[in-house]
Design a protein around this ligand. Sequence first.
Ligand code: T6T
Length: 348
Amino acid sequence: MRHTLLKAAVGVAILTLPISACTSSKPEAPASGGAAASTADPNAPAATTVTVPAKASKNYNIQFLQGVAGDEFYISMQCGAEAEAANLGVTVTTQGPQKFDPTLQKPILDSVTAATPDAILIAPTDVTAMQGPLEAAAAAGTKIVLVDTTTEDPSYATSAIASDNEGGGKAAFDAIAKLNPAGGKVMVMSTDPGISTVDARVKGFEDAVKSNPAFTYLPVQYSHNDPATASNLMSSALQKDPDIVGVFAANLFSAEGTATGVRQAGKAETVKVVSFDAGPNQVKALQEGTVQALVAQQPGIIGQYGVDMAVAALDGGQVTPKVQTGFTIITKDNVNGDGADAVYQSAC
Ligand code: T6T
């Protein structure tokens, strides 16, 4: 067995840091004999210990279903899963729908389920619509590992691995509050309701805004994970409320569109944008000054642990039912230094 320590709720660590700081929350890749994650916050909650296998007993067939194809977050997750599969001697096959949409993801899952692979790693695209199909996959004898998103009742799953999404939403508000000490109007650009991750981020942000009387929360906007829609929504929001001081973009595509909308409205000087994720276009917006901070998740680590938990379950090893991964805050100050490692991959 290899052992590694993964800091639970590492996202909490960033709450205590100034906007220009970088957390050192990224767990190191598991290594034989053990490796410990580190965090800058001595008050961060106790570490989750994840025991990872050294080798699989056979070449298991593991299918990875992304939330959407072509998203650098899931590409990075694929890279982490494939690298760990090579370490353990198993095979990971990846596919994803063209849109983040359960009506497109369900048929893919159904056909994967029909072939009864040993395990499925999946980022379900909707908390309700994917519940039944995933229960059916588990009932057919396939081990299910949730990576990133979840469903209403994930009791069919062997393990669920994700960021502290609610904590990340709160951290995004804290970053916006530091950039706007006088307060003002803030809003969230999300994707769609019913996606566990972004809903949790919105909740974390909203709760934090509401506990700070200097800020006013404008209704959340839903961009359907489409940058052009996010850009249009942002332009309209700025026309209606030209005094918006901060926007939290809850994922990669809503962030791309938010940046475009703010830039086209000529508001880059006054509107502070903080977003989840760290795709190359988001980094460009950061470097250009349209976006002030990125909350980079650890998709490679999520994919890596996804494979570890699937193999552990198949070989009767130790499974950690709930694993929480950390964040790195990327700003202009560290994007060419410490933060560079946290930027997502466009290809493996
Ligand atoms: O933010 C990630 C992921 O965590 C979320 O569930 C969906 O959007 C992304 O894939 C980024 O596009």
